[in-house]
Design a protein around this ligand. Sequence first.
Ligand SMILES: C[S@@+](CC[C@H](N)C(=O)[O-])C[C@H]1O[C@@H](n2cnc3c(N)ncnc32)[C@H](O)[C@@H]1O
Length: 245
Amino acid sequence: MNKYVHGYSAYEANRLHAQADSLADLLHSDSVWDEGSIILEAGCGIGAQTKIIAPKNRKSRFFAIDIASESLKQAKKVAEAKNIDNVVFQEADIFQLPFEDEHFDHIFLSYLLEHIPNPIRALNKLKRVLKKNGNITVIEGDHGSAYFHPDSELANKAIQCQVKLQKKNGGDANIGRKLYPLLEEAKFGKITVSARQVYVDDSNPDLVEGFTRNTFTAMINGISEEAISMKLMNSKEFEQGVRDL
Ligand SMILES: C[S@@+](CC[C@H](N)C(=O)[O-])C[C@H]1O[C@@H](n2cnc3c(N)ncnc32)[C@H](O)[C@@H]1O
């Protein structure tokens, strides 16, 4: 696997949970699939999304896979603590899926393709295990489309450091805007893109904390050492950019 830009630290685990929890309503109000479905969650990580989607689909069975065994251990603990009993966690690489052709009714993935050097290849591998009449839900971010007030040149520069580092690691931080063409190129049938805008102001302190601080700003802050050591920005400016965010 290419180096995963955000890493597997406790800091990143907290951030993934903050991301999943703060955006749960926005992203998962419609994450309900046919009862009795067999569902693949690809790149489940520490189970931050699993803990939300599995209880919404109690009568379906999930196989949640990830390439990182440590993350899977955490995911299992999260599921156990929440009495989630319709998920099997399994270590597997999406490029070598240990499932037969057309095995799944549904495939779910979030924030995975943005880290994969060849997302079309990944989608084709996933397509092999999806039933012909099955469907796939792909959730990805688009980190370069952040706008804020008051604007800050240093905050924008810090965000661009993240975009550059992710690119250097073979990923694409701005993949959200490319989902339609990617799915089209991978020859999925009817494609519907539903852009979910995260809008935050002081009238919603939970989102200020959960999303602006603990998800987005934490993501940029998380690459500070690498950005500074690669001389993309100096430390003073980077810190100011994070403060501005
Ligand atoms: C940003 S995390 C997202 C985790 C989770 N989907 C979420 O939304 O919280 C990306 C995950 O994809 C996993 N991953 C990356 N490449 C993979 C591959 N080839 N096969 C399976 N998992 C992979 C990483 O180990 C990591 O856990």
